[in-house]
Design a protein around this ligand. Structure first.
Ligand code: NAD
Ligand code: UDP
Length: 311
């Protein structure tokens, strides 16, 4: 059945893929974005669709619309972007959550929060399970994002317990794919852009830190499954690909797939950079019958193709 769905941060990397999938499934979509890190070019191909509406709005301020479901994605996500204006990052996480939860409560909409593996900080438990409370520095340069997202999870749970709002929380692990911002400083986009330009590939630190990379299409499938599950499973649930790689392995793979002449160089490791990250996805498999299907090599091939055509 067709639904009216609000996607905040809908002009961003993940949001634009989500809007597209929801429209393809026959829904009406309202995309709300202030275009801080998102861009019209991410959604321009959807604008001819009469069931797609774009609203320029900052979620730190209240919003009045009537919808059945809300996906709350508005928040800069790359360390370079979220550290650019850290106060605004905490504001969008916390005030944005309060405003969207207030809206959900008033109009009785179901609401999903795009939380993050960053709530685990620099994790002492590996792989990360949802029951792990994390190891987060409250006063570091990543705290605006980590603590903002942790507070948003608290607000979601309290609106649920106190007001009966139908919530869903997913913890997204490192996601990549077409429409990533070429200058957002994230490792996958940095390495691909550097390799395509035959520039030095910049590894921070010794490159032994790990991440587990999920292709965006897998994430979108998991998000929609989580929103539509009617079994009262509210999460939090990890949505990520458990295949774990060091940054050195990623650099070598990108060089191989692009046939680049780039050389690897080592730069200073940023403060509080997590040493390892890998989701335990047993809960998503059990409750949502979900698991990723696209491996790193195949996902990188699609992403490299996109960057070849855009940069
Ligand atoms: P993105 O920066 O491409 O998208 C974020 C979008 O939110 C942008 O379009 C931006 O303009 C918009 N936005 C920012 N502040 C806003 C405000 N005040 N009001 C309205 N819109 C605002 O990042 P993304 O990678 O697409 O991430 C989307 C969501 O997923 C974020 O909430 C992020 O925390 C979460 N997430 C992403 C990853 C990842 O690996 N990409 C991992 C974990 C969680
Ligand atoms: N990284 C790197 N070179 C880059 C960009 C990032 O070695 O040009 C490293 C970074 O230090 C981190 C990992 O890659 O250890 C992932 O960084 P990203 O910013 O993509 O995401 P996050 O740290 O939030 O997982």
């Amino acid at each position: 059945m067709s639904k009216k769905i609000l996607v905040t941060g809908g002009a961003g990397f993940i949001g634009s893929h989500l809007c597209e999938r929801l429209l393809n499934e026959g829904n009406e979509v309202i995309c709300v974005d202030n275009f801080f890190t998102g861009a019209k070019r991410n959604i321009v191909h959807l604008m001819q669709n009469p069931y797609f509406e774009v609203v320029r709005h900052d979620v730190c301020f209240p919003l009045y619309v009537e919808v059945d479901e809300i996906y709350n994605l508005a928040c800069p996500a790359s360390p370079v972007h979220y550290q650019h204006d850290p106060i605004q990052t905490t504001k969008v996480s916390v005030l944005g959550a309060i405003n969207m939860l207030g809206l959900a409560k008033r109009i009785k909409a179901k609401i999903l929060q795009a939380s993050t593996s960053e709530v685990y900080g620099d994790p002492a438990i590996h792989p990360q399970v949802e029951s792990y409370w994390g190891n987060v520095n409250p006063v570091g340069i990543r705290s605006c994002y980590d603590e903002g997202k942790r507070c948003a999870e608290t607000l979601f749970m309290d609106y649920h317990r106190q007001n009966g709002v139908a919530i869903r929380i997913i913890r997204i692990f490192n996601t990549y794919g077409p429409r990533m911002h070429p200058n957002d400083g994230r490792v996958v986009s940095n390495f691909i852009v550097q390799a395509l330009k035959n520039q030095n590939i910049t590894i921070y630190g010794n490159g032994q830190q790990t991440r587990s990379f999920q292709y965006v299409d897998d994430l979108i499938g998991g998000m929609i499954k989580m929103m539509s599950n009617d079994k009262d499973f509210i999460g939090p649930v990890n949505i990520g690909n458990p295949d774990e790689f060091t940054m050195l392995e990623l650099a070598e793979k990108v060089i191989e797939l692009t046939g680049s002449k780039s050389k690897i160089v080592h730069l200073t490791l940023p403060q509080d950079d997590p040493k390892q990250r890998k989701p335990n996805i047993s809960l998503a498999m059990e409750k949502l019958d979900w698991q990723p299907t696209i491996n790193l090599e195949n996902g990188l091939i699609k992403t490299i193709e996109y960057f070849k055509n855009t940069i």
